[in-house]
Design a protein around this ligand. Structure first.
Ligand SMILES: [Zn+2]
Length: 168
């Protein structure tokens, strides 16, 4: 499948999401991606960790804290620096970094970037090293996706490009 777009992601934001995923383990971590649009996709400018407010089993489900999301939108409007809520991240502690059916059915906004940190590879084994069991995986498989045009639609893959200080 052809990548829909490119996400420019500084290593510090990658690290922040990995840390949040490890802290939340075995539950799903989640948060908000603030950023700017680029000609080919998006650039992440900030990552806001939020509570997982899902009333369901949080090892399998997540819900971005609605208060944090409201505040992020408010902050973006007030700042007037072209930053906006470009999307969200969450972890899949015991599955692949691929949008689940639940994710597709809860993607209410089209064309948002979704970063998913998977703790399992295609064979459903840990991404790296011996079986993780009760501890978070040593490394996470981080992938990005773009939500589809309608709720329930298949997400399109997004290429993650590490940012360096000289990147335009
Ligand atoms: Zn998910």
């Amino acid at each position: 499948m052809e990548a829909a777009a490119t996400l420019i992601l500084d290593v510090c934001w990658r690290g922040a999401m990995e840390k949040a995923a490890a802290v939340a383990f075995p539950n799903e971590a989640c948060g908000i991606l603030m950023g700017q649009r680029t000609p080919t996709g998006w650039r992440v400018c900030d990552v806001i960790d939020t509570l997982n407010t899902s009333p369901k089993d949080q090892t399998q489900f997540f819900e971005i804290d609605p208060k944090a999301l409201f505040e992020a939108h408010r902050r973006a409007r007030a700042a007037q620096d072209a930053q906006e809520v470009i999307g969200f991240y969450h972890s899949h502690p015991s599955s692949q970094a691929v949008p689940s059916r639940f994710d597709r059915e809860h993607a209410f906004e089209a064309g948002k970037v979704w970063v998913i940190l998977g703790g399992r590879d295609e064979a459903q084994g840990p991404v790296e090293g011996p079986s993780a069991g009760n501890s978070p995986p040593a490394t996470w498989d981080m992938r990005a996706w773009m939500s589809g045009p309608v709720v329930g639609a298949v997400f399109r893959p997004v290429t993650i490009r590490s940012a360096t200080s000289d990147s335009a």
